[in-house]
Write a protein that binds this ligand. Sequence first.
Ligand SMILES: Nc1c(C(=O)O)ncn1[C@@H]1O[C@H](COP(=O)(O)O)[C@@H](O)[C@H]1O
Length: 164
Amino acid sequence: MKEDTSPVIGIIMGSDSDWPTMRAAAEICREFGVSFEARVVSAHRTPDDMTTYAQTAMERGLKVIIAGAGGAAHLPGMAASHTVLPVIGVPVTSKALNGVDSLLSIVQMPAGIPVATVAIGNARNAGLLALQILAISDASISEKLLAFRRRIAAESRSKVVTLE
Ligand SMILES: Nc1c(C(=O)O)ncn1[C@@H]1O[C@H](COP(=O)(O)O)[C@@H](O)[C@H]1O
């Protein structure tokens, strides 16, 4: 997926093998017309790059970071420890433990360094939560979110009718 200039949402992941999951976050940003960047950065394999990424994120204009990782998923928490930007964690499904390891690694942060954790594999919700954070100070994103909610409500109602 092509990256935008002046991104406000940073999407990072521990490996390119996470991209099939993480691309859903990128896709919802694109749908809402919000600029993002997507990068592979690992707390384990490239710890210096991860530190630099998180420490410079705010000065580069990012407003929210979405971090996805699987297994011993330390990336979201380590990124959060290096920035006061909100970090949203996406537990990526792992082969051995189906993502429960990823979920617990991300969600069980110590007091003081929060990571907002979404469901296993739900990068789309991570993207939506990032957009909701941006919408606090951006009325156009807020309007689009309200339209999005109206749309999913209508879809949901139409499914009820189908079942009757
Ligand atoms: N959990 C982490 C971190 C990290 O937390 O820094 N770096 C890579 N990984 C994870 O290792 C899994 C397997 O990676 P490979 O497919 O590259 O072997 C991926 O789900 C990745 O997020």
